[in-house]
Design a protein around this ligand. Sequence first.
Ligand SMILES: Nc1ncnc2c1ncn2[C@@H]1O[C@H](COP(=O)(O)OP(=O)(O)OP(=O)(O)O)[C@@H](O)[C@H]1O
Length: 331
Amino acid sequence: MIGDTPALSPAPVPAPSARPAYALEGHGLVKTFGSFRAVDGIDIAVPAGTIYGVLGPNGAGKTTLLRTLLGIIDPDEGTRTLLGEVQPLRMARQVGYLPEERGLYPSMKAYEAIAFMGALRGLPLKEGRVRARAMLEDYGMGGSIDKPIRQLSKGMAQTVQLFGTIIHEPRLIVLDEPFSGLDAINQEKLEALIREQARQGVTILFSTHVIAHADRLCERIAIVAGGRIRFEGTPGEARDQLRSQVRLRTRVSDGAWRRALPADTVAEDGAWLFALPDEGIEPLLRALLDGQAGIESLSIERPGLHDAFVAIAGAAAAQQMQAEPTPEEDA
Ligand SMILES: Nc1ncnc2c1ncn2[C@@H]1O[C@H](COP(=O)(O)OP(=O)(O)OP(=O)(O)O)[C@@H](O)[C@H]1O
């Protein structure tokens, strides 16, 4: 949405040593629409230079949270700091924001649209045009440089908007559901682009309802449901909230060894399934060997981020996420 650009009153870029530890901070944020609390008391801190994911189902409050942090909407309660500035809009030229509702002028040529978006964030048009052409060329979209937006596929137009979001080389990039509407190849390219920006020291904050992207990309995540953060930490820490599962297959179906299996063991697809015991696997292994259970296979399965999400945000929220359309359906 090109028009989504606040009035600019740039603050000077601080020297690297003066840069804040957190690119974005929110404390006690509340945003209500009527009596509905879309953001219901959120504390968040996005470390500078990290890739940070806000993960949650539709309606969780992700967009409202991002917009509140950016200063596009004001919270009813709480405070926020963007790149060390308590008035977020003062840092607008240092920020690239890709809103969920995409939109470009259909008659504008692809490179012009990118340069125009850069100009809205203070980049001279001439420089923007040069950069835009190079970006499209490097990305394998050289054939689309001079095409009007209306002739581009939805995914290509989205890429153009993404380039317009980053052309002015912001220090903070905020992307609202950037993967939706992209096919698998372009999702991969976007992941690579996000990693490359992070390598250059840019902070990336993105929202998603697709757990795999967050799992692959993010150093830290916040799981949001019902306007609240239910978990904050690394994807690994989210997984650690759950115990690993043991999957055991035996050649012998019964025997005294069965008493060694934990009480919560269930049978699934011809295997025994149970949570890894607190004391580890060795005592159980010994009992199985002594009892001649005939171990066919035994695996310890670490929970995935999806399992952690189910446990943290609740099965209902996870089901809602699974019901989301695939990129192809989305396109
Ligand atoms: N301007 C508004 N007026 C009234 N209700 C709103 C407004 N903006 C958001 N909401 C409501 O607040 C809740 C959170 O919306 P939000 O867009 O922040 O969620 P989200 O997690 O980004 O989900 P989605 O991915 O579907 O956009 C939703 O129930 C939504 O209907």
